[in-house]
Design a protein around this ligand. Structure first.
Ligand SMILES: Cc1cc2nc3c(=O)[nH]c(=O)nc-3n(C[C@H](O)[C@H](O)[C@H](O)COP(=O)(O)O)c2cc1C
Length: 188
């Protein structure tokens, strides 16, 4: 980018366009006989060991109570070919309809949690609620990934990244700078 590129005032509520944190995921949950799936655009890795992920789940989402009451969920990683399903799930409310049936997704049995995996996704991360101290104030959940399943190939799948306003970016070219890293940083 040019050092002296002209910059304009930018609305602070839209900075997600530039700060999107990673791939859009589908979060599946179950509590008693109810199960659901929501689309999630914003989450953050907080720690590697234990493996902690933080995210905001709006309290108006049907998933919110399923996840808070069960203390569990599965974070599933969809690929670009699933974009329409991702959008439809994120624009529909669970409870009255079962999103697995509605969107022809296959539930899989998880090993460490009761919430279902989504088989069509590239990877599935079984999560337990680790810290709920910010849930009441910010709807911010901290999960520990207690079990992870990932397809062997491709190693770097084409994922969706949400910039707001109905626009997604896809993961692009790989840039290899391994030789510039300190060993202990590369290991993380
Ligand atoms: C691309 C996209 C990203 C979204 N990201 C989030 C998010 O990070 N947190 C959230 O609470 N809702 C998010 N939503 C909204 C929920 O997915 C949506 O409210 C969904 O209908 C909730 O389903 P439920 O009521 O069955 O739980 C997103 C929706 C879309 C389409």
């Amino acid at each position: 980018m040019k050092k002296n590129a002209v910059k304009k005032d930018f609305p602070v509520n839209l900075v997600r366009r530039f700060l999107e944190p990673g791939p859009v995921v589908l979060v599946s949950s179950r509590w008693k006989e109810n199960r659901d799936i929501m689309t999630m655009g914003w989450h953050t890795v907080m720690e590697f060991t234990p493996s902690l992920v933080g995210c905001v789940i709006a309290s108006s989402n049907y998933s919110f109570n399923l996840i808070r009451d069960s203390g569990e969920c599965v974070i599933n990683l969809p690929t670009v070919d699933m974009v329409d399903t991702v959008v439809k799930i994120g624009n529909s409310r669970g409870g009255e309809t079962d999103k697995f049936s509605e969107f022809a997704l296959t539930p899989g049995e998880a090993l460490r949690v009761e919430a279902p995996l989504i088989r069509e996704c590239h990877a599935n991360f079984e999560c337990r609620l680790y810290d709920d101290s910010l849930v009441n104030k910010y709807n911010f959940f901290v999960f520990e990934v207690v079990k992870a399943h990932a397809a062997l190939s491709p190693k770097y799948p084409d994922t969706l990244h949400y910039t707001g306003d109905g626009i997604f970016q896809t993961s692009g070219k790989l840039v290899d700078r391994k030789t510039m890293f300190r060993e202990e940083i590369l290991a993380t």
